[in-house]
Design a protein around this ligand. Structure first.
Ligand code: PLP
Length: 368
């Protein structure tokens, strides 16, 4: 078989404007045995993954990024850096799969956890144990959009060796910068706003400069191998090109929709940090100075049946899970989370997309 790679290299001086995709799983060694740019094998590192990791780390004001095949794979990797007997603190309304991962996979391995209301600093403080190794924050939370004061939690544990992690998937670095507020690490489901078009899965962990997890996390990434494919990294990097404008416009839409729904007689309550009626609106203004995000939840008048009816009556909001894409989505969370879920029956969670806001408002008006 002819070596087409070498022939192509000789004949063409290619200068692409956007970075090429490198599907190659392996890289040629130099005659002296060294590796060009430390590229050895794609599970260890790949040019497309390195580009993505640098981009996400730089957006989050962090030192190192570690990309994974999904948001859950990235959370799994952080938990694998802990040791048996460690205790972690989770929000009482933590992302449901995160809770299942801890309960079903890590508790049998010896990890301990407790759930606290992280909108209360007193509850966080009371939840800390001598063996607490990690505080996992989600702000705004899912689906009730409760906030956690990241800076105050960081100050609370500043004299102890407890890591503070923030799942920043909902806010994105466009609106909130946890590492600048003192957090040790940030996690993203890049499936959401980074990819941004509902067509790619991914996750990323960003560590702040000097974070002691750095070496271990790199080993977990490389040895456990839940790494994203080069094409997927490239797709997420492409999404990042428009992250800021998408998040800004979707946030604008969400704010206008929240205000409209709050005034609507058939809506019982709107949960959105940008509304003056949100119990932590002042914290939201401090912690999310560039906007309050494109996610909101509403309680409709009635129970599950009425909520489902409204969701089904909308034409510009697809009934589906997930968030962060250009198309608006709506979800009845309680029926997704199961009978033990603390989510109210009448709650609908909305991921606001890039559609014309007048179209979205009119759609709700009609459905209600
Ligand atoms: C989607 C999501 C995750 C999980 O990410 P996947 O990419 O689906 O694995 C974790 N946290 C939050 C807040 C999410 O929205």
């Amino acid at each position: 078989m002819a070596n087409s790679r070498q022939q192509y290299k000789k004949e063409v001086d290619i200068r692409p404007v956007r970075s090429p995709i490198y599907p190659s799983t392996t890289f040629e060694r130099n005659p002296d045995g060294s590796y060009n740019g430390d590229l050895i094998y794609s599970r260890i590192s790949n040019p497309n993954r390195s580009v993505l990791e640098q981009e996400v780390a730089s957006l989050e004001n962090g030192a190192h990024g570690f990309a994974f095949a999904s948001g859950m794979a990235s959370i799994n990797a952080v938990l694998q850096c802990l040791k048996s007997g460690d205790h972690i603190l989770l929000p009482d309304d933590v992302f449901y799969s995160t809770l299942c991962l801890v309960k079903e996979i890590f508790v049998p391995w010896g990890l301990e956890y407790s759930l606290v209301d992280m909108s209360s600093l007193d509850d966080v403080s009371a939840g800390i144990k001598p063996n607490t190794a990690l505080i996992w924050i989600e702000s705004p939370s899912n689906p009730q959009l409760k906030l956690t004061d990241i800076e105050k939690v960081v100050n609370l544990v500043s004299d102890r060796s407890i890591l503070v992690a923030v799942d920043n998937t909902w806010a994105t670095p466009v609106l909130q910068l946890p590492i600048s507020l003192g957090a040790d690490l940030v996690m993203h489901s890049t499936t959401k706003y980074f990819g941004g078009h509902g067509d790619i899965m991914g996750g990323c962990i960003v560590l702040k400069e000097g974070c002691r997890l750095s070496e271990k996390l790199q080993r977990v990434q490389m040895l456990a191998g839940a790494v994203p494919a080069p094409m997927d990294c490239w797709m997420i990097s492409r999404g990042i090109q428009t992250l800021k404008v998408r998040v800004q416009q979707q946030t604008r839409n969400a704010g206008l929709l929240a205000e409209f729904l709050e005034e609507h007689p058939k809506i019982d309550h709107v949960m959105y940090p940008g509304l003056a009626s949100h119990p932590q609106h002042d914290l939201a203004k401090r912690q999310m100075p560039n906007g309050f995000g494109a996610m909101l939840s509403v309680l409709v008048n009635g129970n599950e049946r009425e909520a489902m009816q409204v969701a089904n009556g909308l034409t510009h909001f697809t009934m589906a899970t997930s968030l962060g894409g250009t198309e608006s989505l709506i979800e009845h969370r309680k029926s997704v989370e199961g009978p033990d879920s603390p989510t109210p029956e009448s709650l609908l969670r909305i991921s606001v997309g890039l559609e014309d806001i007048e179209l979205l408002k009119a759609d709700w008006d009609r459905a209600l």
